[in-house]
Design a binder for this molecule. Structure first.
Ligand code: SAM
Ligand code: SF4
Ligand code: SF4
Length: 348
């Protein structure tokens, strides 16, 4: 680590949003095939030699941290299929500027890795789990591994992780009858459940507006069960709106499809091959790997990132929301031509 400058600067984009949060995809490979993310039979993968080493990824994170990033979320693909992930966690956790280091995982490999991740300094875990029914899990993900996810969740809690979150993408006719069950499950295990609207991101080649269950519909269904639900006041930068049930249970809804929140988006994304995207919906990114491998100085990389962020005007989900006819974002053929457009490459 190079010595810290006293106060990290705040770089604002054109819409006055600070560069504060980085989603770091550590691999584009995944051990599930969720219907809303990887519904196709075949995928084009990022070439292996282009994948950043752990040291390269950590160097870039350090540079982002110098520029004001305090929150890093490890993602994928499935981040736990990346070998030696806890070594990367250790490198990032050593950076005192990173106040929040989290992972989003499907949980399949969590039982084996939770302790090492905790010991390496990971702060928080979010497990994606859309159903409590093993047969439905199999239909949704093409893998008979529901029990492994539940074991993974238990192992994470045993390892010492507090404030576990469960993310559930809700699709009409698929799992929209499980809102209450998922909330009850969260309550039982002391985890906050966040319902996510089905998004028309790259990779969601089976998306249609009819399959989206809106935040309003979710709240209506939950109100029928629990009575009055109140919103929780928030600092305004988190993607999930929080709500509270009459008994004090807090849950979240990420309503990117029907109520986008681009105006408060402080996030950017780095793919496993070092391409930096300013928005989940962006068509083009900035290649940071080539200059990194060509020996660019820290100042040169900083200048590249600052110049990208200060020109940022992206508001992808809002623009999608303004469309009169909303169809699949990128065709399967388009995704084959540029796999970086995939949600599983960008990390969600
Ligand atoms: N594999 C890990 C996992 O599933 O947690 C991390 C990567 S995954 C791309 C990150 C998040 O994106 C997951 O919570 C997943 O449910 C969400 N996601 C993927 N496709 C989505 C879609 N079409 N709409 C909404 N959320 C989606
Ligand atoms: Fe499912 Fe995550 Fe894999 Fe996508 S990346 S298929 S959401 S487990
Ligand atoms: Fe941020 Fe883009 Fe998502 Fe809007 S669509 S919240 S700008 S990443």
């Amino acid at each position: 680590m190079e010595p810290l400058t006293e106060h990290p600067p705040t770089f604002l984009d054109i819409l006055n949003r600070p560069l504060r949060s980085l989603r770091l995809s550590v691999t584009d490979r995944c051990n599930l095939r969720c219907q809303y993310c990887m519904p196709e039979e075949e995928y084009v993968w990022l070439p292996r030699k282009g994948i950043l080493t752990l040291e390269e990824a950590s160097r870039l994170v350090d540079i982002f941290a110098e520029l004001g990033v305090t929150k890093v979320r490890l993602t994928g693909g499935e981040p736990l299929v990346r070998r030696d992930l806890s070594a990367l966690v250790g490198m990032i956790a050593r950076n005192p500027r990173i106040e929040d280091l989290a992972i989003t995982t499907n949980g399949l490999l969590l039982a084996e890795s939770a302790k090492a991740l905790y010991d390496a300094g990971l702060h928080r875990v979010t497990v994606s789990l859309d159903t409590l029914r093993p047969d439905r899990f199999m239909a949704l993900t093409r893998k008979d591994s529901h029990a492994k996810v539940l074991n993974g969740i238990k192992a994470a809690q045993r390892a010492g992780f507090k404030g576990l979150k469960i993310d559930s993408v809700i699709m009409r006719g698929v799992n929209d009858d499980e809102l209450v069950d998922l909330l009850e499950f969260g309550r039982q295990i002391d985890a906050e459940v966040r319902f996510i609207e089905y998004m028309d991101v790259g990779g969601a080649t089976h998306w249609s507006m009819e399959k989206v269950v809106s935040r309003a519909e979710m709240l209506e269904a939950l109100t029928r069960q629990y009575g009055r639900i109140e919103p929780v006041a928030s600092a305004g930068w988190a993607p999930a709106d929080q709500f509270i049930l009459p008994d004090g249970t807090v849950f979240g809804i990420v309503a990117s499809t029907t109520t986008p929140f681009c105006r408060t988006c402080d996030r950017s994304r780095l793919t496993a091959d070092g391409t930096w995207y300013l928005c989940l919906y962006a068509q083009r990114g900035t290649d940071l790997r080539t200059p990194l491998r060509a020996g660019a100085s820290k100042a040169e990389l900083i200048s590249l990132i600052v110049s990208g962020w200060t020109k940022r005007s992206d508001r992808g989900a809002e623009e999608r929301h303004e469309l009169r006819f909303r169809e699949v974002l990128v065709s399967a053929e388009g995704l084959r031509q540029d796999p970086r457009l995939e949600m599983h490459t960008r990390g969600g």
